[in-house]
Design a protein around this ligand. Structure first.
Ligand code: SAH
Length: 272
């Protein structure tokens, strides 16, 4: 089968199987295939039809059997391959025609991956489905970059938000977050999809009361061999990110836990 299999190439016979199919939404983790759950690895190894996102790690994709139909429904900001509605429509169409689909999503299917919407659509369509959790990017980035997300001396809470910019009514790109909530002390703020909005996020957090010296870091391609961590403060990080050309996928972590990163990362490097 071609690796970038064209979804429209399922022929009529394939699409009219009598037995109703099912869907398994599987968390592929942050990239390193060794961070798959045992269940996810088993299901991927036995998959027949796989729909996967762009963020699913190369090493994970290599575990898909060569005989499987592999459909890349991946979408990166600005380069949409298939709309979310199109993905849902395709899943329902294939499942209704009897296929056992493995829907492979980066990280955990129910954390910022629109897996909730996919599950809702399957439920509404009466298609049986199962969800297999995965290691989310925040957990992967924290562990592998050396940033404990909670720590008794630093943070008793973790708040995960999306930094995805939306089109505002006046045509500008906006980010509608609960800034007073995010600017509280004694917590770690993790921002998914926050690279484009980084300057805005840092500026808003300072404006709402966090010190400009608050440690902040971007973890790019966490858990992969290319992983990079760019650490600074709310004040310095936007310029550092620009100079170091940090690109998605990357996670922004804000809070004093980030001050532990250099020591922990150095110690971990010795163990590697
Ligand atoms: N469901 C996924 C998140 C999907 S949203 C999960 O649970 O991890 C996509 C965002 O996740 C990216 O823009 C980035 O902010 C983050 N992300 C995913 N994989 C990542 C990785 N390996 N390193 C850093 N950030 C990652």
């Amino acid at each position: 089968m071609s690796l970038l299999h064209d979804p429209l190439h399922f022929d009529a016979a394939t699409l009219h199987a009598a037995r109703p199919g099912r869907v398994t939404l599987v968390g592929a983790g942050p990239g390193d295939p060794e961070l798959l759950t045992v269940k996810a690895a088993r299901l991927i190894g036995g998959a027949k039809v796989v729909l996967h996102d762009a963020l699913v790690g190369r090493g994970v994709l290599e575990l898909i059997p060569r005989t499987a139909h592999r459909i890349d429904v991946g979408k990166r900001s600005g380069h949409h391959k298939l709309s979310q509605d199109g993905i849902i429509e395709l899943m329902i169409r294939l499942a209704r025609s009897g296929h056992e689909l493995l829907r492979l999503k980066g990280g955990d299917p129910y954390v910022f991956g629109r897996g909730g919407e996919e599950a809702q659509a399957l439920a509404e369509a009466g298609i049986p489905f199962e969800v297999v959790p995965g290691v989310s990017a925040a957990q992967g980035a924290g562990a592998c970059a050396g940033i404990p997300l909670t720590h008794r001396d630093h943070a008793t809470e973790v708040v995960c938000v999306t930094g995805h910019l939306r089109d505002g009514p006046d045509g500008t790109r906006t980010l509608d977050l609960d800034w007073p909530r995010l600017a509280r002390p004694q917590q770690t703020v993790v921002v998914y999809m926050g690279v484009a909005a980084l300057p805005l996020i840092c500026e808003r957090l300072i404006a709402h009361g966090l010190s400009a010296d608050t440690p902040a870091a971007l973890v790019e391609r966490a858990t992969l061999p290319e992983q990079r961590c760019v650490a600074g403060t709310l004040e310095t990080l936007p310029a550092l990110a620009l100079v170091q050309a940090v690109k998605p996928p990357a996670l922004l972590v804000v809070g004093t836990v980030v001050s532990l990163q250099p020591v922990l990362a150095r110690a971990m490097a010795l163990a590697a």
